[in-house]
Write a protein that binds this ligand. Structure first.
Ligand code: PRT
Ligand code: ZN
Length: 286
């Protein structure tokens, strides 16, 4: 039987949809996975296991799943023997200490002697030890943000994204301890065949990521400006030039990185570029 790479993803939660989307973008077809425990792709050798996110590091460490998609916050908390093979760019959040809004905050020493509620005791303990703070950690599994309000703790250590949960609970963020995003983790002793499938999957994934960060650009320039404009949009190797039927003009085709996009457009206009078209790229292999 053909070998398959077993990929663990979150069954239902903040990372589920994006994890499934990632396979779709890589042209890997999964039958609708809702409510299932396992699903098998029809056109790529992967099998998806749907699990609770907290269980994923253990499954991958044991090799029950070959790879998994999970937040960095979970892998730092669980410290299992696994390897992080790729940052995936979604599920971004930070882990922060927060205190009641009306309190003054003199600095980290504030936490000496305080009771801190969290679902991430290991990450927190390590941070406190490193900063020589003696605080009491109160581990709870959910709704950490209500702990100060009901007198269960003085402060909290939790995941923050927009900050609105803290705001609604009269808390303020005072220390960011780590930044997190979804990552792909791998079993340490993957077989050669499975490693090959993983490389293939990562290759597709990176092509899609690169494509998302770049745009295809077409524009018309007077021939005497081809050189300067080509220097602004060098593209993957160099731009293509297609002569227009209008004498003295050419069409230039290239690729622009999204980060430089507006700067580049400004410069192109300065040099007399006209009829600028910008088109999304689906896959990019360099
Ligand atoms: O059921 P299961 O155990 O699988 O899921 P879960 O409930 O443990 O996790 P889930 O689905 O809430 O989150 C999965 C992962 O998403 C986390 O491990 C993080 O890596 C990532 N992530 C990104 C977040 C957030 N953003 C986030 N905002 N996880 C949780 N939150 C919560 C946070 O706990 C707090 O309650 O959202 C609230 C704060 O959000 P803001 O926007 O109000 O600041
Ligand atoms: Zn969880």
């Amino acid at each position: 039987m053909e070998e398959k790479l077993k990929v663990a993803i979150q069954k239902s939660g903040r990372l589920s949809e994006k994890s499934l989307e990632l396979f779709a973008e890589c042209s890997i077809n999964l039958p609708s996975g809702i409510g299932k425990l396992i699903t098998v792709a029809s056109d790529f050798p992967v099998e998806i296991l749907f699990l609770r996110d907290d269980d994923i590091p253990q499954y991958v460490a044991d090799g029950v799943a070959d790879v998994g998609i999970v937040g960095e916050n979970v892998i730092y908390e669980k410290t299992k023997p696994i390897e992080v093979v790729e940052k995936l760019g979604f599920g971004k959040c930070r882990m922060s200490l927060a205190i009641p809004k009306q309190e003054d905050y003199p600095g980290i020493s504030y936490f000496n002697g305080k009771k801190i509620a969290t679902s991430y005791p290991n990450i927190l303990q390590e941070f406190l030890d490193k900063n020589k703070i003696k605080a009491e950690i109160h581990e709870i599994s959910g709704s950490v943000e209500i702990a100060p309000g009901i007198g269960l703790a003085d402060t909290i250590f939790d995941i923050v994204s927009s900050g609105s949960t803290l705001f609604m609970n009269n808390l303020k963020e005072v220390e960011i301890i780590l930044e997190s995003e979804a990552v792909m983790i791998s079993y340490l002793n993957l077989s050669g065949a499975k490693k090959k499938i993983l490389d293939n999957l990562l290759f597709r994934f990176r092509s899609v990521q690169k494509a998302k960060k770049n745009k295809y650009i077409l524009l018309n320039v007077p021939n005497d400006k081809i050189k300067v404009v080509s220097d602004i949009i060098p593209g993957m190797k160099s731009p293509s030039i297609v002569p227009l039927t209008k004498p003295g003009w050419s069409s230039l085709h290239s690729v622009v990185n999204e980060n430089d996009f507006w700067d580049v457009i400004g410069k192109l206009q300065e040099y007399g570029a006209q009829g600028i078209l910008v088109i999304p790229i689906e896959k990019m292999i360099v």
